[in-house]
Design a protein around this ligand. Structure first.
Ligand SMILES: NC(=O)c1ccc[n+]([C@@H]2O[C@H](COP(=O)([O-])OP(=O)(O)OC[C@H]3O[C@@H](n4cnc5c(N)ncnc54)[C@H](O)[C@@H]3O)[C@@H](O)[C@H]2O)c1
Ligand SMILES: [Zn+2]
Length: 251
């Protein structure tokens, strides 16, 4: 344990050295950063919702087959988002943004917690759960505290209201994705936090756009990219990110 702690300290120091010499930083976050806010991650123990696989719930086909089931799931998630508060990991990323001239936060999360923590330059790669939009005419409506009433799924135009998020098999919003690619290409340090790094194209931001960036992962578990990157910090987001901010601050 002592060795592990010393190793992590050394690695935090190395990362902080790199950050000190950098102007441009990209952070990529996934469900793990919100785990300590009480929101479950997708894969692993909490990866099933009442015997339905998340992939079935998070696809256009699944939605069209059973929109009430899919909305029941998102309405529960929406209610959980409303109860959740940003944790020390979200807060540390908001602090980092203030410190760098060029800091882009790309998130795969739809829970809005980065905004709640004060981050501003946030690219929500998979959309967000603040709104629903019509599958046919594109009309949008804000989602209330408990989401969308199930008897309001059908839109008068003949379409159906769906969550304003990107599902499996759907393309990312072009403008958002282009900004993310550009930020990844110019980043000198890339922080990959709380993502299993298996959902593409988001995961590609970590390793594919920039061969010279220093890539660091913050995750208590090994992931698909752990072996290919420069710095692995095995710990939770709320533990490790504040240590980085603290070490970076002038004494
Ligand atoms: N739309 C949907 O409903 C749905 C369903 C499944 C996946 N997806 C998409 O897949 C994307 C990718 O999945 P993902 O990588 O975000 O989630 P994930 O559940 O695949 O991975 C979560 C990661 O967080 C790590 N983790 C757990 N607790 C942590 C903590 N306290 N601090 C830091 N890391 C911690 C885990 O070890 C794991 O590697 C999702 O963001 C989502 O957009 C969407
Ligand atoms: Zn419509």
């Amino acid at each position: 344990m002592e060795n592990q702690a010393a190793l992590t300290r050394n690695r935090v120091d190395q990362l902080v050295q790199r950050l000190r010499g950098s102007r441009s930083v990209l952070a990529l976050t996934g469900a793990g950063i919100s785990a300590e806010s009480g929101l479950p991650t997708f894969r692993g123990a909490g990866g099933l919702w009442r015997t339905h696989r998340v992939e079935e719930l998070a696809s256009f086909e699944g939605f069209w087959r059973n929109p009430a089931l899919v909305w029941s799931w998102y309405n529960e998630r929406k209610a959980a988002h409303r109860r959740a508060r940003p944790n020390a990991g979200h807060a540390a990323l908001a602090q980092l943004e203030k410190r760098f001239g060029d800091f882009t936060l790309c998130t795969q999360n739809v829970d809005s917690l980065h905004f709640a923590a004060g981050s501003r330059n946030v690219l929500e790669l998979h959309g967000h759960l603040r709104e629903a939009r019509c599958t046919h005419c594109g009309a949008r409506r804000e989602l209330g505290e408990s989401g969308l009433p199930l008897d309001e799924i059908d839109h008068p135009c003949g379409g159906r209201m769906r969550p304003n998020i990107v599902w499996f098999g759907e393309p990312l919003l072009q403008a958002t994705w282009r900004q993310a690619e550009a930020a990844a290409s110019r980043a000198e340090v890339i922080l990959v936090i709380g993502t299993s790094a298996v959902v593409y194209p988001a995961a590609a931001l970590a390793t594919r756009y920039n061969r010279s960036a220093y890539v660091a992962e913050i995750n208590p578990e090994e992931t698909a990219i752990s072996e290919r990157i420069d710095c692995v910090l095995r710990g939770t987001a709320a533990e490790v990110l504040p240590r980085i901010v603290e070490a970076l601050s002038p004494i």
